[in-house]
Design a protein around this ligand. Structure first.
Ligand SMILES: NC(=O)C1=CN([C@@H]2O[C@H](COP(=O)(O)OP(=O)(O)OC[C@H]3O[C@@H](n4cnc5c(N)ncnc54)[C@H](OP(=O)(O)O)[C@@H]3O)[C@@H](O)[C@H]2O)[C@@H](O)CC1
Ligand SMILES: Nc1ncnc2c1ncn2[C@@H]1O[C@H](COP(=O)(O)OP(=O)(O)O)[C@@H](O)[C@H]1O
Length: 331
C-alpha cells in the first residue's frame, strides 16, 4: 500500500460504467433466481431501521426479501410492507444456510437497528460472521459489536475462506472500528512478545506500515482510514459522509461525491444498507455493489430534494425516488 499521505482515491465512476452494473431481471427470472436478501435487523428499540433497510432492498431489485428481527419488531415490519417475509431472529441459522449456488445469488445484511445495549446480539453477529458463506454486509449497531480483536479475527477468517464482507460505517462507527483494530494490534504485540504464535499476531505483522500508522492516529483522513480498515478487517469498506470513500483490502479506493446534504437525516444509512445488500444479493461484487449502491442512494437523495426541497427529504423518500435514480444513471 502507498504511504497514507500519498493515498488518492480514484474518481467516482461514470453513469455509463454504473449503468452496466444495473441488475435488470432476465426474461425467464423468478423470485429466487433474482436474488435472495436476508436482513438480520431491527431490535425492539429500532424497528424503523428494519423497515427502511428491507423496503430499500426490495425496491433495489432483490427477488425475495426476508427480514429476521426482534419478536417485538415483527408486527411493525409486517404492517409496513406486506410483501416482506418476516421472521423472528431466533429462526436465523446462518451456518445451516445452503452454500450459494450458480444462478441463485444470495446475501445478508446485518446490524441496521441493532441496539448496542443488547449484548445478546453479539452472539447473533459472531455466529453470522463465522457461519454465513455468501456475501455479508455489516452496518449500524453491528459495527460496534465487531470492533474488537475477536471481531477482527473472525472477519479476517472470512476473507481467508474467500467469503466476501462489506462494512458501511459512518464517521463514528469508523472510529470504533479503528479502536477495535488498535485493540487487536495490542493483543497481537503482547502475543509476539510472549513468543506465542496466533493468527491475529500474524495478521497484525502483515499489516502495512501505512495502515498501522493510520489506525494509530486519532484524526486520519477518511480515504486513508477507509483503506486501513479495509486492510485490517479484510473487507470492502464504504466510509460514509458528505463524500463516501469505498476501499478494498488491496489498498485501492474510489470516491463517491454525488451526495447532497438532504441525506443528512436519521435512517438514510439504513436505506443505503438495504440498497447495497440487494445488489450483493443480485450477484454484484462488494466493490461494484458499494459503488452502484452509493451512487443510486445519492441520486435518489437529489431526486427527492428536487421534488420536496432539501429541507423536507426523509429516509422513506429515498425509497420512493429510487426509480428516478435508476433513470438518472441510465440516461
Ligand atoms: N428509525 C430507526 O429505527 C433508526 C435507527 N438507527 C439505528 O440506530 C442505531 C444507532 O445508530 P446511530 O448512528 O444513531 O448512533 P451511534 O452508532 O451511536 O453513532 C452516533 C455517534 O457517532 C458519532 N459520529 C461521528 N461521526 C458521525 C457521522 N458522520 N455520522 C453519524 N454519527 C457520527 C456521533 O458522535 P458525536 O460526533 O456527536 O460526538 C454520534 O453521537 C443503529 O443500529 C442504526 O441502524 C439509525 O439508523 C437512525 C434511524
Ligand atoms: N452532508 C451530507 N452530504 C452528502 N451525504 C450525506 C451527508 N450527510 C450524510 N450523508 C449520507 O447519508 C447517509 C447517512 O448514513 P448514517 O449516518 O449511517 O445514517 P443512519 O444511521 O441514521 O441511517 C450516508 O450514506 C451518508 O453518506
Amino acid at each position: 500500500m502507498e504511504d497514507a499521505e500519498d493515498l488518492k482515491a480514484a474518481p467516482g465512476r461514470s453513469n455509463a460504467e454504473l449503468a452496466c452494473l444495473l441488475p435488470h431481471p432476465a426474461a425467464d427470472a423468478n423470485k429466487y433466481t433474482r436474488g435472495h436478501l436476508s436482513l438480520v435487523v431491527g431490535s425492539a428499540a429500532y424497528p424503523g431501521a428494519a423497515c427502511l433497510a428491507a423496503a430499500a432492498g426490495e425496491r433495489a431489485g432483490a427477488g425475495y426479501t426476508e427480514v429476521f428481527c426482534a419478536g417485538k419488531s415483527m408486527i411493525t415490519v409486517r404492517g409496513w410492507r406486506p410483501s416482506l417475509v418476516v421472521r423472528d431472529w431466533r429462526a436465523w441459522k446462518p451456518a445451516k444456510a445452503p452454500a450459494p449456488r450458480p444462478g441463485h445469488p444470495t446475501a445478508c445484511v446485518i446490524g441496521c437497528g441493532f441496539d448496542a445495549a443488547e449484548t445478546s446480539l453479539t452472539s447473533l453477529l459472531m455466529e453470522t460472521v463465522r457461519g454465513w458463506k455468501a456475501p455479508l454486509l455489516i452496518d449500524g449497531g453491528a459495527l460496534g459489536l465487531i470492533a474488537n480483536a475477536t471481531g477482527l479475527r473472525l472477519a479476517r477468517e472470512r476473507a481467508a475462506a474467500g467469503r466476501a464482507t462489506l462494512l458501511t460505517p459512518h464517521g463514528g462507527e469508523a472510529a470504533r472500528l479503528a479502536q477495535g483494530a488498535r485493540e487487536a494490534l495490542g493483543e497481537a504485540e503482547d502475543a509476539a512478545a510472549r513468543g506465542t504464535r496466533s493468527p491475529l499476531a500474524e495478521a497484525a505483522g502483515a499489516l502495512s506500515p501505512a495502515s498501522r500508522a493510520t489506525l494509530v492516529e486519532a484524526d486520519s483522513a477518511p480515504a486513508a482510514l477507509a483503506c486501513a480498515l479495509a486492510e485490517a478487517y479484510g473487507a470492502v469498506v464504504a466510509l460514509k459522509g458528505p463524500v463516501t470513500f469505498i476501499a478494498s483490502p488491496d489498498g485501492t479506493a474510489e470516491v463517491m461525491d454525488r451526495g447532497t446534504s438532504a441525506l443528512a437525516k436519521a435512517g438514510t444509512g439504513d436505506v443505503l444498507a438495504g440498497i447495497v445488500g440487494a445488489l450483493l444479493a443480485q450477484g454484484l461484487s462488494p466493490r461494484d455493489a458499494a459503488a452502484l449502491g452509493c451512487a443510486l442512494h445519492a441520486e435518489a437523495g437529489r431526486a427527492a430534494a428536487a421534488a420536496l426541497t432539501d429541507i423536507c427529504v426523509a429516509a422513506e423518500d429515498l425509497i420512493t425516488h429510487l426509480p428516478d435514480a435508476i433513470r438518472a444513471i441510465e440516461s
